[in-house]
Design a protein. Structure first.
Length: 147
């Protein structure tokens, strides 16, 4: 699991704030997302919890702008996008604007129709929402290993 140390003594631009040395109480560990999940709030949160339980840091978002911003982060290795957000190939393009990451379509359809839709939308893969959670996690981990 990727982690980063955050001290609270640095502003957004990385310049040190005045106020002295960091105290142990000022330090905390913040997980760094490896997977961005663009989807409906409840479904994205559920999938995020499942992935975290299996050692994969996931960050659920509800709009393409936030997902595209996170996709720029070096530690993000995969984007999962609900089919309700994936209305055209431009969604995949926006997520890959600054760096190439796999984009997987999450859908309600059957596997065969889902793959056809994923290919038409220029996604790298398809995972059905009705796929058992253990298989979803295994497939996501496999894609991350290859990326």
């Amino acid at each position: 699991m990727s982690m980063r140390l955050v001290t609270g003594l640095w502003n957004r631009k990385g310049a040190a704030k005045s106020g002295g040395a960091a105290r142990r109480s000022d330090l905390h560990i913040e997980p760094v997302p490896q997977v961005v999940i663009l989807g409906q709030a409840r479904e994205a949160a559920d999938l995020s919890s499942t992935l975290r339980a299996h050692g994969v840091e996931a960050y659920p978002v509800s709009n393409i702008e936030e997902a595209a911003g996170l996709a720029r982060v070096e530690s993000v290795r995969l984007a999962l996008v609900d089919e309700s957000f994936f209305d055209s190939a431009s969604v995949g393009w926006r997520l890959r604007q600054d760096r190439i990451i796999p984009v997987i379509l999450l859908g309600n359809g059957r596997e065969r129709e889902g793959w056809g839709k994923a290919i038409a939308l220029e996604a790298d893969g398809y995972i059905g929402k009705s796929t058992p959670q253990a298989e979803q996690v295994a497939r996501i981990k496999a894609i991350m290993r290859r990326g």
